[in-house]
Design a binder for this molecule. Structure first.
Ligand code: ADP
Ligand code: MG
Length: 701
């Protein structure tokens, strides 16, 4: 037999070897392990527990009713009783201090597992049966013959709970890892010098990995977690920074300058003075545009804070420099809206602006493409139609992407044409906490507009419990009677779920026939054809429909000035940021907006969570809270945004570690961008293994 086929006989193991080489792992096991992502030895030792269950052993005389406890002792007797409900197996367990009962209902096979004199550890909830403490259906672990009596002063035992599957239970993983860890730990290499670790109060990597699996105390576990989380964040930050360097290296763009004269001319276009926050954003953008390499800036800020105006400023700088601008919106509706509002600001100017969507007639589209290619249009507002085949800008200087929830570099890369790269400005209305922005948008500079234009009345938000719904509807009817409009949002988790859809339809009928029978009520849902959706939206914008019932999230950025009320049913099903975005749809036209969060029969913690919205309209505070409560994946609504997987680090609580990792990564990349120095070899190796498939950066240069 070859070495490969008999790997367990002492040949030297390495971290990159297949787990099949480990004792206790055959082909079937290896397949199951691969199913949870464990292929190599390194994968196995970095397969960390989700949590640890603490088992504090008790002496039997100290058991108290109601507690979950672990006792260690010997089986003194085993009985099986039969009743109509099935067999009950009972064992008497004895330690130095007394006896208790262990009972299993409907588990006849237990009788065979147990025998008199056996030493066991049993964990379960303590009850009382015939004046004796009794553990019902306890978890049982057989101990070796030499198991000693319980020492209550000994520290608690941590039982690792691993992410498991039915065929690969946590217990099996724990055994596999536990059995192999002592042999594998010496293979783990340290990534950092001792001084580096000391300065950052980080424990060694080997120690950390050991303690992640088998901590001896809480502090031990916390230190381990901190080290592993730091490593994850550091790797991620280095990867993001290298990718960003790579992206920018050698790419040139047009220098777009903004003179005082240009600035004056642009500002005259706005019927209001820009806010200090807008001015700050503009200063960063103007500085970026004046450089010969592409701007990559994210402009984030709450709905209605005036991002579009800032983007228009940037667009006009480009136009003043004889460059073209593409403004891309995620939907037709928003493209139309941008086109309308920008055109309004530009009335009477010589700026040539057009709208390009997928819906245009062939002839019209051809003419427009010709004009784009001939440089006869200055600003083109559009949807994804802008990045389709055949769109060739003669002298594209700036691309503005109003991408809302959509992240990623891919789209941005697509619009890049020949010649110098345009500058990029991405707008998002999702207030993203700084910690998250650093990670998600690592390749973008971030500018935040953190204040609303003056005179904007904050939205009034109320939590409405079932008994108070009547008066909330009274209020809405009163506003409708004044000629205002309302949204009613009815969440469907899954638009294809028939039951849910029926509930929504029933609700719609109730609104139409009873609650709001005097008004036109339109319906918008995700399964409608887009032409139909636009028809309904159009009716609402024009005021032909006064109430819009939406089962799907109403597009971010929709601006209907007369809409003042929003009723959100089952508000507890949404995240806070999502609710905040939703309510931003009302009260945009100068009159105050009202938002009613209807909560069904929500749990107390739901009500507490939702009350954050009643207390503040600060999108960032809300986002921070959301991040704390629900984690980044949830908050962004998708796992598709290219966030590298963080297994141990938690962006919501590890903000400080993240900042440290970011500083360290910056320094490292500045000093040794290709990680050629010998001391960076371990880092280079893991980075190459984990990230090179997505970003090739370490190879060249
Ligand atoms: P956003 O795109 O961030 O949601 P907009 O740029 O659409 O915000 O601005 C929201 C509304 O506020 C628009 O009607 C806009 O004309 C108005 N607005 C923008 N900036 C100012 C300002 N500095 N002063 C007063 N109103 C403003
Ligand atoms: Mg907007």
């Amino acid at each position: 037999m070859t070495d490969r086929a008999r790997p367990n006989t002492g040949a030297k193991l390495s971290l990159s070897d297949s787990v099949q080489f480990l004792p206790g792992v055959g082909p079937r096991r290896a397949e199951l392990l691969a199913g949870v992502g464990i292929r190599t030895v390194a994968d196995l030792i970095e397969y960390f527990p989700l949590r640890h269950e603490k088992q504090e052993s008790r002496q039997i005389e100290n058991l108290e009713e109601g507690m979950v406890a672990t006792v260690v002792g010997r089986i003194a007797a085993v009985h099986t009783r039969f009743s109509r409900r099935g067999p009950t197996v009972s064992a008497t367990l004895q330690d130095n201090t007394g006896r208790c009962m262990l009972s299993w209902f409907n588990a006849g096979w237990m009788a065979e597992r147990l025998c008199k004199g056996m030493a066991v550890r049993a964990t379960g909830r303590v009850g009382v049966y015939r004046e004796l403490a009794q553990l019902t259906n306890p978890k049982l672990e057989e101990l070796g013959a030499d198991a000693g009596p319980v020492d209550e002063s000994a520290p608690a035992r941590f039982v690792a709970v691993y992410p498991a599957t039915a065929e690969l239970p946590s217990r099996a993983l724990a055994r596999l890892i536990g059995d192999n860890l002592p042999r594998l730990l010496p293979l783990v290499r340290e990534w950092h010098a001792p001084d580096y670790l000391r300065e950052r109060k980080l424990v060694g990597r080997r120690q950390a990995i050991a303690a992640m699996h088998r901590p001896t105390c809480d502090a031990d576990l916390e230190q381990a977690r901190r080290r592993i989380a730091y490593d994850e964040l550091l790797l991620m930050q280095i990867a993001v920074m290298l990718a960003r360097r790579n992206l920018r290296r050698g790419v040139e763009s047009h220098v777009l300058t903004c003179t005082e004269e240009i600035d004056r001319r642009i500002r005259r276009r706005f019927p209001f003075a820009l806010t200090a926050a807008q001015d700050r954003a503009i200063r960063s953008i103007v500085t970026d545009l004046a450089r010969p390499r592409p701007m990559n800036r994210l402009l984030q800020g709450d709905v209605g804070c005036g991002k579009t105006v800032v983007a228009l400023y940037a667009a006009l700088v480009a136009v003043a420099n004889q460059r073209q601008v593409a403004i891309m919106a995620p939907t037709e509706l928003l493209a139309h809206q941008h086109f309308r509002s920008i055109s309004a600001h530009l009335t009477g100017s010589r700026v040539r602006i057009a709208l390009l969507t997928g819906r245009q007639k062939a002839g019209e589209r051809r003419r427009m493409l010709e004009m784009i290619e001939a440089g006869e249009l200055d600003i083109v507002v559009g949807t994804h139609a802008l990045i389709q085949e055949g769109v060739r800008f003669a002298k594209l200087g700036l691309v503005v992407i109003d991408e809302q929830h959509r992240f990623g570099v891919r789209q941005r890369a697509m619009i890049r044409g020949k010649g110098p790269s345009p500058h990029y400005l991405v707008m998002t209305a999702t207030p993203i906490p700084r910690t998250l922005a650093m990670t998600v948008f690592g390749d973008l500079d971030v500018t935040t507009i953190d204040a609303l234009p003056p005179g904007r009345a904050p939205i009034v938000t109320r939590l409405v419990r079932p008994a108070e719904q009547g008066s909330a509807w009274d209020f809405v009817r009163a506003r409708l009677a004044l000629g205002e409009q309302a949204y009613v949002v009815y969440p469907l988790v899954d638009e294809s779920d028939k039951l849910e859809l029926r509930a929504a339809t029933t609700e719609l009928a109730r609104l139409r026939e009873q609650v709001l029978s005097r008004w036109e009520v339109g319906l918008l849902h995700g399964r409608m054809e887009s032409t139909e959706r636009e028809q309904v939206m159009g009716d609402f914008v024009a005021g032909r429909v006064q109430v819009l019932v939406a089962t799907t999230v109403i597009e971010v950025g929709i601006d209907v000035p007369r809409a003042t009320c929003m009723v959100i049913e089952h508000a507890e099903r949404y995240g806070l940021s999502q609710l905040h975005q939703l309510r931003g749809r009302v009260g945009r036209g100068g009159s105050r907006g009202y938002c009613f969060l209807m909560t069904g029969f929500a749990a107390a913690e739901d009500n507490e969570r939702l009350s954050v919205l009643v207390g503040t309209t600060d999108g960032f505070r809300i986002a921070e809270e959301d991040l704390r409560l629900r984690g980044p994946g949830e908050m962004l609504g998708t796992r598709q945004h290219g966030l590298p997987e963080l297994r141990v680090a938690d962006l919501a609580r590890d903000g400080e570690l993240l900042r440290m990792a970011q500083r360290d990564a910056e320094k490292l990349v500045r000093e040794d961008a290709t990680l050629r120095r010998p001391e960076h070899a371990p880092l280079r190796e893991v980075l190459a293994a984990r990230y090179e498939s997505t970003i090739g950066f370490l190879g060249a240069g």
